[in-house]
Design a protein around this ligand. Structure first.
Ligand code: PAF
Length: 285
Protein backbone atom coordinates (compact mmCIF):
# COMPACT_ATOMS: atom_id res chain seq x y z
CA UNK A 1 0.00 0.00 0.00
CA UNK A 2 1.26 3.46 -0.90
CA UNK A 3 0.88 6.62 1.21
CA UNK A 4 1.09 9.86 -0.77
CA UNK A 5 1.16 13.49 0.33
CA UNK A 6 1.39 15.51 -2.92
CA UNK A 7 -1.06 15.85 -5.82
CA UNK A 8 1.24 14.95 -8.77
CA UNK A 9 2.27 11.53 -7.39
CA UNK A 10 -1.38 10.98 -6.44
CA UNK A 11 -2.55 11.58 -10.03
CA UNK A 12 0.05 9.14 -11.36
CA UNK A 13 -0.84 6.50 -8.75
CA UNK A 14 -4.58 6.84 -9.42
CA UNK A 15 -4.01 6.58 -13.20
CA UNK A 16 -1.97 3.43 -12.60
CA UNK A 17 -4.68 1.86 -10.41
CA UNK A 18 -7.34 2.73 -12.97
CA UNK A 19 -5.52 0.66 -15.61
CA UNK A 20 -6.35 -2.45 -13.63
CA UNK A 21 -9.87 -1.69 -12.43
CA UNK A 22 -12.38 0.53 -10.68
CA UNK A 23 -11.68 2.82 -7.72
CA UNK A 24 -13.63 3.46 -4.51
CA UNK A 25 -12.84 6.47 -2.34
CA UNK A 26 -13.33 6.55 1.44
CA UNK A 27 -12.79 10.14 2.63
CA UNK A 28 -11.76 10.43 6.32
CA UNK A 29 -10.06 12.77 8.74
CA UNK A 30 -8.04 9.91 10.25
CA UNK A 31 -8.08 8.72 13.89
CA UNK A 32 -9.66 5.69 12.32
CA UNK A 33 -11.93 3.27 14.15
CA UNK A 34 -14.11 0.30 13.30
CA UNK A 35 -16.66 2.58 11.58
CA UNK A 36 -14.04 3.67 9.03
CA UNK A 37 -12.75 0.14 8.55
CA UNK A 38 -16.30 -0.98 7.79
CA UNK A 39 -16.36 1.68 5.07
CA UNK A 40 -13.09 0.36 3.63
CA UNK A 41 -14.36 -3.25 3.64
CA UNK A 42 -17.64 -2.16 2.00
CA UNK A 43 -15.63 -0.16 -0.55
CA UNK A 44 -13.57 -3.24 -1.38
CA UNK A 45 -16.78 -5.10 -2.28
CA UNK A 46 -17.75 -2.34 -4.70
CA UNK A 47 -14.50 -1.60 -6.53
CA UNK A 48 -11.20 -3.22 -7.44
CA UNK A 49 -9.09 -0.65 -5.59
CA UNK A 50 -9.79 1.40 -2.46
CA UNK A 51 -8.26 4.82 -1.89
CA UNK A 52 -8.60 6.22 1.65
CA UNK A 53 -8.05 9.93 2.11
CA UNK A 54 -6.85 11.12 5.50
CA UNK A 55 -6.96 14.88 5.88
CA UNK A 56 -7.93 16.96 8.91
CA UNK A 57 -9.61 19.70 6.91
CA UNK A 58 -9.09 23.09 8.59
CA UNK A 59 -11.87 24.69 6.53
CA UNK A 60 -14.59 22.67 8.24
CA UNK A 61 -13.58 23.68 11.78
CA UNK A 62 -14.91 26.95 13.20
CA UNK A 63 -13.04 29.32 15.52
CA UNK A 64 -12.74 27.73 18.99
CA UNK A 65 -13.44 24.21 17.66
CA UNK A 66 -11.12 21.22 18.09
CA UNK A 67 -8.88 21.56 14.99
CA UNK A 68 -5.66 21.53 17.03
CA UNK A 69 -6.84 18.82 19.44
CA UNK A 70 -8.24 16.56 16.71
CA UNK A 71 -6.37 13.22 17.04
CA UNK A 72 -3.73 12.68 14.34
CA UNK A 73 -2.57 9.04 14.14
CA UNK A 74 -1.38 8.62 10.54
CA UNK A 75 1.04 5.69 11.00
CA UNK A 76 -1.53 3.62 12.88
CA UNK A 77 -4.30 4.63 10.44
CA UNK A 78 -2.18 3.42 7.50
CA UNK A 79 -1.64 0.03 9.13
CA UNK A 80 -5.35 -0.31 9.82
CA UNK A 81 -6.53 0.53 6.31
CA UNK A 82 -3.86 -1.65 4.74
CA UNK A 83 -5.21 -4.53 6.86
CA UNK A 84 -8.73 -3.72 5.63
CA UNK A 85 -7.61 -3.90 1.98
CA UNK A 86 -6.86 -0.32 0.88
CA UNK A 87 -4.46 0.15 -2.02
CA UNK A 88 -3.56 3.77 -1.40
CA UNK A 89 -3.70 6.39 1.35
CA UNK A 90 -3.99 9.99 0.17
CA UNK A 91 -2.79 12.15 3.06
CA UNK A 92 -2.15 15.63 1.65
CA UNK A 93 -0.54 18.41 3.61
CA UNK A 94 -2.68 21.52 4.16
CA UNK A 95 -0.48 23.30 1.58
CA UNK A 96 -1.05 20.56 -1.01
CA UNK A 97 -4.81 20.76 -0.52
CA UNK A 98 -5.02 24.55 -0.28
CA UNK A 99 -2.03 26.08 -2.10
CA UNK A 100 -1.31 29.77 -1.60
CA UNK A 101 -4.00 31.84 -3.32
CA UNK A 102 -6.74 29.24 -2.88
CA UNK A 103 -9.97 31.28 -3.09
CA UNK A 104 -12.88 28.96 -3.86
CA UNK A 105 -15.72 28.01 -1.56
CA UNK A 106 -18.56 25.58 -2.28
CA UNK A 107 -21.69 26.43 -0.36
CA UNK A 108 -24.75 24.19 -0.50
CA UNK A 109 -27.92 25.81 0.78
CA UNK A 110 -31.08 24.05 2.00
CA UNK A 111 -29.91 20.71 3.41
CA UNK A 112 -26.90 22.36 5.08
CA UNK A 113 -29.12 24.72 7.10
CA UNK A 114 -29.96 24.05 10.75
CA UNK A 115 -28.78 20.97 12.68
CA UNK A 116 -24.95 20.91 12.54
CA UNK A 117 -25.06 23.74 9.99
CA UNK A 118 -26.80 25.86 12.66
CA UNK A 119 -24.43 25.02 15.51
CA UNK A 120 -21.29 25.01 13.34
CA UNK A 121 -21.53 27.97 10.90
CA UNK A 122 -19.40 27.41 7.78
CA UNK A 123 -18.81 23.75 8.60
CA UNK A 124 -20.59 22.36 5.56
CA UNK A 125 -18.94 24.86 3.19
CA UNK A 126 -15.64 23.38 4.36
CA UNK A 127 -16.91 19.83 3.93
CA UNK A 128 -18.39 20.45 0.45
CA UNK A 129 -15.25 22.24 -0.74
CA UNK A 130 -12.82 19.55 0.42
CA UNK A 131 -15.00 16.64 -0.73
CA UNK A 132 -15.37 18.22 -4.17
CA UNK A 133 -11.58 18.51 -4.35
CA UNK A 134 -11.10 14.92 -3.16
CA UNK A 135 -13.55 13.73 -5.82
CA UNK A 136 -11.65 15.64 -8.51
CA UNK A 137 -8.26 14.45 -7.28
CA UNK A 138 -9.18 10.75 -7.14
CA UNK A 139 -12.10 10.63 -9.64
CA UNK A 140 -13.53 7.52 -8.00
CA UNK A 141 -16.23 5.30 -9.47
CA UNK A 142 -17.86 5.17 -6.06
CA UNK A 143 -17.43 7.01 -2.74
CA UNK A 144 -18.52 5.81 0.69
CA UNK A 145 -19.49 7.84 3.75
CA UNK A 146 -20.80 6.89 7.19
CA UNK A 147 -24.50 7.49 7.80
CA UNK A 148 -23.54 8.78 11.25
CA UNK A 149 -23.01 12.14 9.51
CA UNK A 150 -26.46 12.03 7.89
CA UNK A 151 -26.63 15.75 7.13
CA UNK A 152 -23.12 15.68 5.67
CA UNK A 153 -24.15 12.89 3.31
CA UNK A 154 -27.20 14.92 2.21
CA UNK A 155 -24.97 17.98 1.58
CA UNK A 156 -22.47 15.95 -0.47
CA UNK A 157 -25.20 14.33 -2.56
CA UNK A 158 -26.83 17.71 -3.19
CA UNK A 159 -23.47 19.13 -4.29
CA UNK A 160 -22.78 16.17 -6.61
CA UNK A 161 -26.24 16.49 -8.16
CA UNK A 162 -26.11 20.27 -8.52
CA UNK A 163 -22.60 20.33 -10.00
CA UNK A 164 -23.30 17.38 -12.36
CA UNK A 165 -20.37 15.47 -10.93
CA UNK A 166 -19.62 12.24 -12.75
CA UNK A 167 -16.74 10.82 -10.73
CA UNK A 168 -18.51 9.81 -8.68
CA UNK A 169 -22.06 10.22 -10.00
CA UNK A 170 -24.52 11.14 -7.23
CA UNK A 171 -26.01 7.62 -7.36
CA UNK A 172 -22.56 6.20 -6.56
CA UNK A 173 -22.22 8.19 -3.34
CA UNK A 174 -23.11 5.52 -0.82
CA UNK A 175 -24.05 5.76 2.85
CA UNK A 176 -22.99 2.96 5.18
CA UNK A 177 -24.92 2.35 8.44
CA UNK A 178 -23.42 3.64 11.68
CA UNK A 179 -21.16 1.24 13.57
CA UNK A 180 -21.96 1.19 17.32
CA UNK A 181 -20.26 0.09 20.52
CA UNK A 182 -21.84 -2.74 22.52
CA UNK A 183 -23.82 -0.20 24.60
CA UNK A 184 -25.14 1.52 21.47
CA UNK A 185 -22.86 4.58 21.39
CA UNK A 186 -22.03 5.49 17.77
CA UNK A 187 -18.33 5.03 16.94
CA UNK A 188 -16.63 8.40 16.50
CA UNK A 189 -13.07 9.69 16.57
CA UNK A 190 -14.34 12.31 19.04
CA UNK A 191 -15.30 9.61 21.59
CA UNK A 192 -11.58 9.76 22.46
CA UNK A 193 -12.34 13.09 24.22
CA UNK A 194 -14.64 11.35 26.75
CA UNK A 195 -13.43 10.69 30.31
CA UNK A 196 -14.33 7.24 31.69
CA UNK A 197 -17.29 8.75 33.57
CA UNK A 198 -18.55 10.68 30.57
CA UNK A 199 -18.09 7.60 28.39
CA UNK A 200 -20.40 5.55 30.60
CA UNK A 201 -22.97 8.39 30.65
CA UNK A 202 -22.74 8.85 26.86
CA UNK A 203 -24.68 5.63 26.23
CA UNK A 204 -27.75 7.58 27.40
CA UNK A 205 -27.75 9.26 23.96
CA UNK A 206 -28.69 6.22 21.81
CA UNK A 207 -30.92 4.91 24.62
CA UNK A 208 -32.90 8.16 24.87
CA UNK A 209 -33.13 8.33 21.06
CA UNK A 210 -34.53 4.79 20.84
CA UNK A 211 -37.01 5.63 23.57
CA UNK A 212 -38.14 8.78 21.72
CA UNK A 213 -38.48 6.86 18.45
CA UNK A 214 -40.63 4.24 20.17
CA UNK A 215 -42.85 7.02 21.53
CA UNK A 216 -43.14 8.83 18.17
CA UNK A 217 -43.90 5.57 16.36
CA UNK A 218 -46.62 4.88 18.94
CA UNK A 219 -48.25 8.22 18.18
CA UNK A 220 -46.84 10.52 20.91
CA UNK A 221 -46.72 14.20 19.87
CA UNK A 222 -43.37 14.98 18.24
CA UNK A 223 -42.47 18.37 19.89
CA UNK A 224 -43.21 17.10 23.43
CA UNK A 225 -41.26 13.88 22.77
CA UNK A 226 -38.24 15.86 21.55
CA UNK A 227 -38.42 18.06 24.68
CA UNK A 228 -38.48 14.96 26.88
CA UNK A 229 -35.50 13.56 24.97
CA UNK A 230 -33.47 16.73 25.59
CA UNK A 231 -34.37 16.71 29.30
CA UNK A 232 -33.49 13.01 29.60
CA UNK A 233 -30.01 13.76 28.20
CA UNK A 234 -29.39 16.61 30.63
CA UNK A 235 -30.64 14.40 33.50
CA UNK A 236 -28.19 11.71 32.35
CA UNK A 237 -25.23 14.10 32.64
CA UNK A 238 -25.05 15.84 29.23
CA UNK A 239 -24.13 19.52 29.61
CA UNK A 240 -26.41 20.73 26.79
CA UNK A 241 -28.32 19.64 23.71
CA UNK A 242 -27.52 21.52 20.50
CA UNK A 243 -30.52 20.04 18.72
CA UNK A 244 -32.96 17.15 18.81
CA UNK A 245 -35.09 17.16 15.67
CA UNK A 246 -37.27 14.98 13.53
CA UNK A 247 -36.61 15.52 9.83
CA UNK A 248 -37.59 13.99 6.51
CA UNK A 249 -34.80 11.50 5.81
CA UNK A 250 -34.15 12.74 2.26
CA UNK A 251 -35.04 16.43 2.04
CA UNK A 252 -34.19 17.09 5.73
CA UNK A 253 -37.36 19.17 5.97
CA UNK A 254 -38.23 19.85 9.65
CA UNK A 255 -41.19 17.76 10.84
CA UNK A 256 -43.48 18.50 13.75
CA UNK A 257 -45.47 15.35 13.17
CA UNK A 258 -44.89 11.90 11.79
CA UNK A 259 -45.23 11.62 8.00
CA UNK A 260 -45.79 8.89 5.46
CA UNK A 261 -42.14 8.74 4.31
CA UNK A 262 -38.85 7.70 5.94
CA UNK A 263 -37.83 10.09 8.71
CA UNK A 264 -34.72 10.60 10.78
CA UNK A 265 -34.29 11.62 14.40
CA UNK A 266 -31.07 13.69 14.63
CA UNK A 267 -29.42 14.78 17.88
CA UNK A 268 -26.26 16.67 18.87
CA UNK A 269 -25.39 17.00 22.55
CA UNK A 270 -22.36 18.02 24.58
CA UNK A 271 -20.81 15.99 27.35
CA UNK A 272 -17.45 16.79 28.94
CA UNK A 273 -15.10 17.88 26.14
CA UNK A 274 -17.08 16.11 23.41
CA UNK A 275 -19.92 17.11 21.15
CA UNK A 276 -21.62 13.88 20.13
CA UNK A 277 -23.96 13.51 17.17
CA UNK A 278 -26.22 10.62 16.27
CA UNK A 279 -29.21 9.87 14.06
CA UNK A 280 -31.63 6.99 13.68
CA UNK A 281 -34.46 6.07 11.31
CA UNK A 282 -38.10 6.57 12.24
CA UNK A 283 -40.73 4.43 10.54
CA UNK A 284 -43.34 6.22 8.37
CA UNK A 285 -46.98 6.32 9.47
O1 PAF B 1 -16.69 12.87 7.77
C1 PAF B 1 -15.50 13.26 7.73
O2 PAF B 1 -14.59 12.62 8.25
C2 PAF B 1 -15.17 14.56 7.02
O3 PAF B 1 -16.18 15.50 7.20
C3 PAF B 1 -14.86 14.37 5.52
C4 PAF B 1 -16.05 13.84 4.76
C5 PAF B 1 -13.67 13.40 5.36
C6 PAF B 1 -14.47 15.71 4.90
O4 PAF B 1 -13.36 16.27 5.53
Amino acid sequence: MQTLHETDPLRRAVAHLRQSGTIALVPTMGALHEGHLTLVREAKKRADHVVVSIFVNPRQFGPGEDLDAYPRTLARDCELVEGAGAALVWAPSVEAMYPAGFATNISVSGVSEGLCGGSRPGHFDGVATVVCKLFNQVQPDVALFGEKDWQQLAVIRRMARDLDLTAPHVDSILGVPTVREADGLARSSRNAYLSADDRSRAAALPEAMKHAIGAIESGAPVPATLDLLAHALVDAGFASVDYAELRDAQSLEVLSERENAPMRLLVAARIGKARLIDNMGVAPV
